[in-house]
Design a protein around this ligand. Structure first.
Ligand code: GAR
Length: 215
């Protein structure tokens, strides 16, 4: 049984997708938020999951916040820590402490559009495809090895909200998949800090693109 701790900052819909997936061999030890008003905490409590708040606002220094967060996480001795819409940048020491057992989901096809406002920036750039990425976290912001990506089209008439919703629906599919692979012991780092997924077939790398006129 793998024990996981999920970190959220707000709505928590990715956390909810992972909980609802009921992944065999996974026990959700706790959901921790850096904000007491994170809506996702209520969902976790309703599902009998331990919750905690480590408020960044209580810490003047990032190192002190990181240390408090690390203590709250390590109290559960998790095999995996899952960042699910956790909107604080974590320090290098924290990230190294969880090396190889810290996953994040980012709402773009990394390495395109790291950072914030990814959907707005994708629309402004005029890209035809967009998506989401689950990756291992390294000290480089949104720069760690990719575990799984999903591609969605950018369609005429899209605005930020429409595009965000299209991507989010796919996030809810790929994040439980990544956690399942981790729990099954199928994720490994390869040369060049790439991730290999033992036994994964191409169909598990989802593409949701419209057919071409000629098809
Ligand atoms: C998700 O779209 C996630 O990819 C993004 O925040 C949203 C959280 O939604 N994360 C980041 O931008 C991380 N830099 P949720 O709280 O409903 O899961």
């Amino acid at each position: 049984m793998k024990s996981i701790v999920i970190l959220i900052s707000g709505r928590g819909s990715n956390m909810e997708a992972i909980v609802r997936a009921g992944i065999p061999g996974v026990r959700i030890a706790a959901v921790i938020s850096n904000r007491a008003d994170a809506a996702g905490l209520a969902f976790a409590m309703k599902h009998g999951i331990n919750t905690a708040v480590v408020a960044h606002a209580d810490h003047a220094e990032r190192a002190s916040f990181d240390a408090a967060l690390q203590a709250a996480i390590d109290a559960h001795a998790p095999d995996l820590v899952v960042l699910a819409g956790f909107m604080r940048v974590l320090g290098d020491d924290f990230v190294r402490h969880y090396s190889g057992r810290l996953l994040n989901i980012h709402p773009s096809l990394l390495p395109s559009f790291p950072g914030l406002h990814t959907h707005r920036r994708a629309l402004a750039a005029g890209v035809r495809v967009h998506g989401a990425t689950v990756h291992f976290v390294t000290p480089e912001l949104d720069g760690g090895p990719v575990v799984i990506q999903v591609v969605v089209p950018v369609l005429p008439g899209d605005d930020e909200d429409i595009l965000a919703a299209r991507v989010l629906a796919e996030e809810h599919r790929i994040y439980p998949q990544a956690v399942r692979w981790f729990a099954e012991g199928r994720l490994s780092m390869t040369e060049g800090a790439h991730v290999a997924v033992a036994g994964a077939r191409p169909k598990q790398f989802a593409l949701h693109l419209p057919p071409l006129d000629t098809e």
